[in-house]
Design a protein around this ligand. Structure first.
Ligand code: PLP
Length: 379
């Protein structure tokens, strides 16, 4: 099935009780049983909910996986993956990833005896070198937030298999429309569905997709035991969002390319980080594993002062100054003080995330308005 057809039909069957074409919001906490243990497969809504089930089936299909699981947020999905591990186990993670993932690893799970090693995963040799007999998981994000660095998923999958470690890819920035890590050999895909999957800045949710039935069982056990499940209304919103993923992503990509080119040609702009540029240092890998380059980018200006960055951040009228990304509306963000404030300054700067870096989530408004807005703000 082609992408457009799949996104519209994934997971949704006419409702068995009425024929409703859209899966209803099953707003219930429990299900009546005919006799103890005699039921329709639904017992208690932390464990099963029909709206959530439709969405989880959709999640599996859009990443070409066998199974999908929904969580109350992206970080709750990440949290579930780390709970597969035991004290003493080691994780190799990217040194340039979403700040909340870094915070979860360093501030929460390190306390429980899980060891994290951070490497530059854009060179996969760094991962090979960091592998030990205790490595159980490799965690990568590609493209990264906010520097748009690219890691070769297929190459890391080979290393993970040899090491008998799981590979989990945070695919939030690309969305399943642009990249499918399971097809490239990853064991797990994680998304913050809050972003492109929901797509309308109206829901917080996360998900995991996988092919292995045993891994699915372990993660389902964690999902119901720890309880970070999304409510049925939120599941409905994401189910609806997925139906237009292809149309939205097409426009995010078109607008993204035009905005990136505009910024690159602007005399006051120093550098634009966007993986669609042919001279982006990992463009060849991006081209190999992605179907397009999306609407996420970052840039710095020739006047590299924080004051200048703050001035631009406060001057846009169409781009809203806000955290998050992947919605229909364009957002502008200051990673150093907003999304990535939880990463120590030296760590940040070592990895290229300077105090003056500005991140854009290019939305699907008319691109002429977006360019005019940036032009007046940069001044
Ligand atoms: C937002 C985000 C997360 C966390 O997801 P939440 O839904 O906010 O919990 C994880 N990874 C990336 C790349 C993100 O952008």
């Amino acid at each position: 099935m082609k992408l457009a057809t799949k996104y519209i039909h994934a997971g949704t069957e006419p409702d068995p009780s009425t024929g409703a074409i859209m899966t209803p919001i099953y707003q219930t906490s429990t299900y009546v049983q005919e006799a103890p243990g005699v039921n329709k497969g639904y017992e208690y809504a932390r464990s099963q909910n029909p709206t959530r089930k439709a969405l989880e089936d959709a999640y599996a299909q859009i990443e070409n996986g066998k199974f999908g699981l929904a969580f109350g947020s992206g970080v709750a999905a990440t949290d579930a993956v780390i709970k597969l591990l035991s004290p003493g186990d080691e994780v190799i993670a990217a040194n340039d990833m979403y700040g909340g993932t870094y915070r979860l690893f360093t501030k929460i799970f390190s306390k429980y005896g899980i060891r994290f090693t951070y490497v530059d995963t854009t060179d996969v040799n760094n991962i090979s070198k960091a592998i030990s007999s205790k490595t159980k998981l490799i965690w990568i994000e590609t493209p990264t937030n906010p520097l748009m660095n690219i890691t070769d998923i297929a190459a890391v999958a080979v290393i993970a298999k040899q090491a008998k470690a799981w590979l989990c890819v945070d695919n939030t920035f690309a969305s399943p429309y642009l990249q499918n890590p399971l097809d490239l050999g990853a064991d797990l895909v994680m998304h913050s569905a809050t972003k492109y999957l929901g797509g309308h800045s109206d829901v917080i949710q996360g998900c995991l997709m996988m092919n292995d039935a045993d891994l699915r069982e372990q993660l389902y056990f964690i999902q119901k035991s720890c309880g970070a499940v999304p409510g049925p209304m939120d599941c409905f919103l994401v189910l609806r969002g997925i139906k237009t993923l292809h149309i939205r992503m097409q426009r995010h990509c078109e607008n993204g390319e035009k905005v990136a080119q505009f910024l690159r040609n602007h005399p006051k702009v120093e550098r634009v980080y966007w993986c669609g540029f042919e001279d982006h240092h990992n463009h060849a890998i991006a081209k190999k594993q992605m179907r397009g380059f999306g609407g996420m980018m970052s840039f710095t200006m020739k006047d590299d002062s924080v004051e200048n960055a703050r001035r631009v951040l406060s001057s846009t009228k169409v781009f809203a100054l806000a955290e998050s990304l992947g919605g229909v509306e364009s957002l502008i963000n200051h990673p150093a003080s907003m999304t990535h404030a939880s990463i120590p300054r030296e760590e940040r700067i070592k990895n290229g995330l300077t105090d003056s870096l500005i991140r854009l989530s290019v939305g699907i408004e008319d691109v002429d308005d977006l360019i005019d807005d940036l032009n007046q703000a940069i001044g």
